[in-house]
Design a binder for this molecule. Structure first.
Ligand SMILES: O=C(O)CCC(=O)C(=O)O
Length: 254
């Protein structure tokens, strides 16, 4: 496992050591980046604020902007595996450089038991692998993944609520099904570099200045239900809709 860091709100900065680890392994794990109270508020916004109707079953150096964000829910016993893939395997269709990053935030415990992440440490250095249909999803070329598995370490990334994994868009990763009794809720936030804005029409936004908020913004926020101004991807036909414009097909039983 790569080095892990623990968040301390009064004394935390991105160190050279963290950057070095990210360059070497393709990811950096920050434990407890979100406190219990923050995680509780995030969870409440997703599960009680009405966002669930937008869910669907799963079948550094430059200025960054928010590319998109998804909440990833694996209900107990419903499966929800992700095939081996690189995020840039898809984003390549719109953005010319792999100068992009994913930030995986555990809202529930995300362990191997309930479909947590598995990464192939260091594979962000291998370039983009071809992606095609695998098991009903877009996944990385299986033959190449099998070869890479012989040379790169497979790491189970088990996260507790509030832990955050920052990972490079070319890092190969996957996750198994949730066969357990525990729900697995996470948020994956992606960032892109300013100069790497999509060059083709994309449902994800072009460069838009990212306004930083304070470290206490989540705790101060009292809005769980107003998503005005936010767009959601419409299930199935890759179109953007606003919050009201989606009929719920979220089924707890899967
Ligand atoms: O939620 C998961 O288990 C994996 C998500 C993932 O790999 C992705 O969103 O790219």
């Amino acid at each position: 496992m790569s080095a892990e860091y623990k968040y301390d709100i009064d004394n935390f900065e991105v160190s050279n050591d963290m950057k070095k680890n990210f360059d070497k392994d393709g990811y950096t794990l920050i434990r407890n980046l979100f406190s219990k109270d923050e995680v509780h508020k995030i969870e409440k916004t997703i599960t009680e604020g009405g966002m669930m109707k937008h869910s669907y079953m799963l079948l550094g150096v430059e200025e960054l902007y928010h590319y998109h964000c998804k909440f990833l829910i694996k209900e107990p016993k419903v499966g929800g595996s992700f095939e081996w893939h690189q995020d840039y395997g898809y984003w390549y269709n719109y953005c010319l450089s792999p100068d992009m990053l994913a930030v995986f935030i555990a809202v529930d415990e995300c362990t191997q038991e309930n479909g947590g992440l598995v990464v192939l440490r260091g594979t962000h250095k291998c370039g983009r692998v071809d992606h095609g249909k695998t098991g009903g999803q877009q996944g990385a070329d299986i033959e190449r993944v099998e070869l890479l598995k012989k040379q790169y370490e497979l790491v189970n990334v088990d996260l507790q609520p509030g832990d955050v994994l920052f990972f490079h868009c070319n890092l190969l990763h996957c996750s198994g099904p949730n066969n357990s009794e525990k729900r697995r809720l996470a948020i994956n936030v992606s960032y892109n570099e300013k100069s790497n804005s999509p060059v083709k029409p994309d449902i994800c936004p072009e460069y838009t200045k990212l306004e930083k908020v304070s470290d206490t913004a989540i705790l101060e926020c009292q809005n769980y239900t107003d998503f005005s101004g936010k767009n959601f991807i419409k299930r199935g036909d890759d179109k953007l809709v606003d919050f009201a414009d989606q009929t719920s097909s979220y089924e707890k039983s899967g």
